[in-house]
Design a protein. Structure first.
Length: 393
């Protein structure tokens, strides 16, 4: 599959059908096209969308070969010749190998279906049917996703909120980070001032830049969250209980995984006298509810203001974790159904920049500012201004 074309079509082409929202009951058909899959989407009143995906034989063969190559690479191999694939199949066992390849292929085509239909899933999708595939034959399967909750705002005027002040990076912060990188405390009083152009000076400049970028991102996120929280009471709907419970479970599992990764046994952790399970559940519920409200606010603002993404902005987002390898990372995200999540989070960041900019303008103007109807879609430069506190804001 051509990841670049799939991404381009998602960003710049009109969807073939209106994108269904939670609560909609629709039957949508996306017929097969040359070099593409066919998709049927059925949504139900319980906010679940069922995908039936038909994959032509030629695409299936290509996807199986790509999955074999990716699996070989994941085990440390550098090539995917027939010999290396056969050796891996033998070491894994034929059944386990075929199941693994089948899961990879189904997830990839579900990702393609999500991109084509624009039906972005809430949390992880679920493959319903996983029948055996045969090389050279057409293939079909079903999957389900929960639709994201959505709502409008009763009022799109800027948020009235006190925003946090940006945090300045100090010399002590820089020195502390260098000490961490060097594996211990550095006796700076003995080192003295770094000479301009020295390796120590260059290291300090690099570390300071990294810390300042991190501080800007944290400040931007804090401002966006504050604005979204201020706008949340204007939502026309509250997050559905089902979505809150699903997200709460994910957050609780992530919390438990962090405890285990930190070297503690989860059962022993919850057995401590000071641990209150009911308080823990209530805290997870509140966190899930807050997260859902923020997402719904940002989605509503993005739709109302016409906020969109460009390919350059998507590649910039990918570059944060794979600088210089954006194409390979995008291919991998498409194969694992992570690309739709990246697009959702990147669009929400951009919507967050917009509401922060509007709030700052409103504060500068004494409460008078254009609402989201009149606001242009945030550009990359505008977003950078919002993150750094420079520009018109």
């Amino acid at each position: 599959m051509d990841t670049a074309k799939i991404l381009h079509d998602y960003l710049y082409e009109q969807p073939e059908h209106p994108v269904p929202h939670a609560g909609d009951v629709v039957h949508l058909v996306y017929p097969p096209r040359p070099g593409d899959i066919g998709v049927v989407v059925n949504t139900a009143a319980d906010d679940v969308a069922t995908f039936t995906i038909a994959v032509p034989a030629e695409l299936m063969t290509e996807a199986v070969n790509d999955a074999c190559a990716a699996l070989v690479r994941s085990t440390g191999g550098s090539a995917s010749s027939a010999g290396t694939v056969a050796a891996l199949r033998e070491s894994m066992g034929e059944r386990a190998f075929d199941e693994r390849i089948g899961n990879m292929v189904r997830l990839q085509f579900l990702s393609v279906a999500v991109m084509r239909t624009r039906v972005l899933p809430f949390l992880a999708p679920r493959i319903l049917s996983s029948g055996a595939y045969r090389d050279g034959h057409d293939y079909s399967f079903q999957a389900q996703v929960t639709l994201r909750p959505s709502a409008e705002l009763t009022d799109y005027s800027p948020a009235r909120v006190s925003l946090p002040e940006p945090v300045e990076v100090s010399d002590r912060d820089v020195n502390g980070r260098i000490g961490e990188l060097m594996g211990g405390e550095v006796p700076w009083e003995q080192v003295g001032e770094a000479q301009p152009g020295s390796s120590l000076a260059r290291m300090r400049d690099e570390v300071r830049g990294q810390l300042e970028a991190k501080a800007r991102d944290e400040w931007r996120n804090a401002c966006a969250e504050a604005c979204a929280d201020a706008l949340a009471p204007r939502l026309t709907k509250t997050p559905p209980t089902r979505h809150v419970e699903m997200l709460r479970e994910v957050m609780a599992n992530d919390y438990a995984a962090d405890i285990v990764d930190g070297g503690q046994d989860w059962d022993e952790y919850v057995a401590r006298p000071e641990f209150d399970m009911e308080e823990f559940k209530a805290r997870m519920t509140e966190m899930a509810l807050t997260s859902l409200r923020r997402g719904m606010v940002l989605d509503a603002v993005a739709e109302r203001a016409g906020v969109t993404l460009s390919e350059a902005e998507v590649r910039d987002a990918v570059g944060l974790v794979a600088r210089g390898h954006e194409d390979e990372a995008l291919d991998g995200m498409l194969r694992t159904c992570q690309l739709p999540q990246l697009l959702e989070s990147t669009l929400r960041i951009k919507a967050g920049d917009l509401i922060v900019r509007q709030a700052l303008r409103a504060a500068d103007a004494g409460g008078e500012a254009a609402d989201a109807d009149d606001a242009p879609a945030a550009t990359g430069a505008d977003a950078a201004d919002a993150r750094t506190g420079r520009g018109e804001a």
